[in-house]
Write a protein that binds this ligand. Sequence first.
Ligand SMILES: C[S@@+](CC[C@H](N)C(=O)[O-])C[C@H]1O[C@@H](n2cnc3c(N)ncnc32)[C@H](O)[C@@H]1O
Length: 612
Amino acid sequence: MQETDPHFEALLVYLKESRGFDFTGYKRSSLMRRVNRRMTQVDAAEYQDYLDFLQVHPDEFTALFNTILINVTAFFRDLDAWEYLQSDVLEPMVASKPADSMIRVWSAGCASGEEAYTLAMALAELLGVEQFKDRVKIYATDVDEEQLNEARQATYGEREMQGLSPELVERYFEQNGGRYTFRKDLRRSVIFGRNDLVQDAPISRIDLLTCRNTLMYFNAETQAKILGRFHFALADTGVLFLGKAEMLLSHSSLFTPIDLKRRVFRRVPRLYAPPGVVFADPPLNGATAVTGLDELRNEVFAASPLAQLALTPDGLVALSNRQLEKMFGVSARDIGRPFRDLDLSYRPVELRRYIEQAQLERRTLRVTDVEFHRGSEVTHLVVQISPLSGSDGSLLGVNLIFHDVTASRRLQDDLEHANQQLEAAYEELQSTNEELETTNEELQSTVEELETTNEELQSTNEELETMNEELQSTNDELQSINDQLRVSTSRLDEANAFLETVLTSLQAGVAVVDPDLRIRMWNRHAEDLWGLRSGELIGQHFLNLDIGLPIDQIRPLLRGALGADGESGEVLLEAVNRRGRPITVRVACTPLRGRDGGTIGGDGAIIVMETA
Ligand SMILES: C[S@@+](CC[C@H](N)C(=O)[O-])C[C@H]1O[C@@H](n2cnc3c(N)ncnc32)[C@H](O)[C@@H]1O
């Protein structure tokens, strides 16, 4: 029961043609689920979009194959089945073989190699290391090259090693840091190679073939094809070991269960002769003769519920019964006619060659799976053809019995169908389980990544906290500097106010200029004297002042005060005050000096203008 979507099928054809991976034989439900998962990751809504994406991004193939080829595995996976295999299969197998004969094993779908090394350990435990090295070859194959490369390394981490006892780890692995490598001398007996179970030829003369948790991904038709190859691959008494979800119910003609629960099967030889039917002569017991026996025999034959026909050795119809007439229309009228002239000789099945063979080989043959159609009704038959011999061994004729097995066939079909459904449901469950395991592993690694990110965030946080503390202390320092500045500023303000008061109280005009003769200060008395406000003058060039004072005559004084020697000097000048009245003004120029004798804010000069 496969859902088919033409776009999905086109995608599968593309994968097969472009990469040689044939997924057409895989079960659609889980295959689609996994492809859909990839599509969600790359934001492809439709299968065609995803096909386009694959064409443009070749890297996506690897991601897709990794998602499809689920590779969950473990050492001694399903321990109980392995213990059974070791004690009830491998031990007798080894015991029954000549001491120097080879033991050939095939692990098909070996994933990252744990199953192959499990086989190696199981056999080395039985044979001893030296015998193992001489006699065992383990072929381990998979379709996934990446997995094979991992398997070839033969190196595993703590997590993979959890399924092994400390004794086995000690005996078969070398430890290096947290990694464990399978013993090199035994590793040589394990040969890894790529083999696609769907397309490639099998390995032959195999004594034990393990194909676990792999068949279940294929649909019934592909499983049947692969099982046919496994049958070919196995030696006559070879054993097939499947995963616990794999049932093989519908392939019982090729394999017969040794232990169904553990999924261990033996190969059935191809030629299979059904048991013969024994006819015994009637006992001669000397009892009183019974009359009318012939008629009685005839009636017994005629009334038999089985359709029956007897032929003479040269092929003429000798006897036929009512049931035969009812089914095939052959009646007493046909007695004496050559059987080959009747439709029944070739319909519903060609019987003539079987009759010849039964006569020649003097054994009973059964023709099974014969379908007889009457209108819409189908009857299933088994035809039994038995040669009849006389007491002297001569051939009396041939007896044909037509067994109607429709009812049992229907039951068998129902049973098979129910079994197949059960098998499919079970396999589906198992594959979902494996998918969950994979998802779980992915989640685990996401959690680990998150934990790492969390740790990183934590340490960044700690760094930030440290920086914060540093900033806080810098802030505190700045705050105290700020407080000091505020104190200094208010002191400066006080000093300025004091200076202002002093300058205002002076009964002379005072101007202070910088070395470029730009006015820095102009006191109240100067304002009164010359009629210009301090606000409009600050920053102006002193020599450009347009007041009643002959500024040009002050220039030499200013030069002296601003010169290298910083000379003071004074001069009496005739001037005109702001009211236009002529006045005599004493102008004194002094260089601007700090308390320590140095300059304040660079050189400058103080000009004092006093009415004489
Ligand atoms: C779930 S693992 C089973 C591993 C191991 N046998 C076990 O039971 O633990 C299935 C393996 O089958 C492989 N596989 C899938 N399709 C295959 C094919 N067509 N031919 C060979 N191996 C295939 C996958 O690559 C994967 O490694």
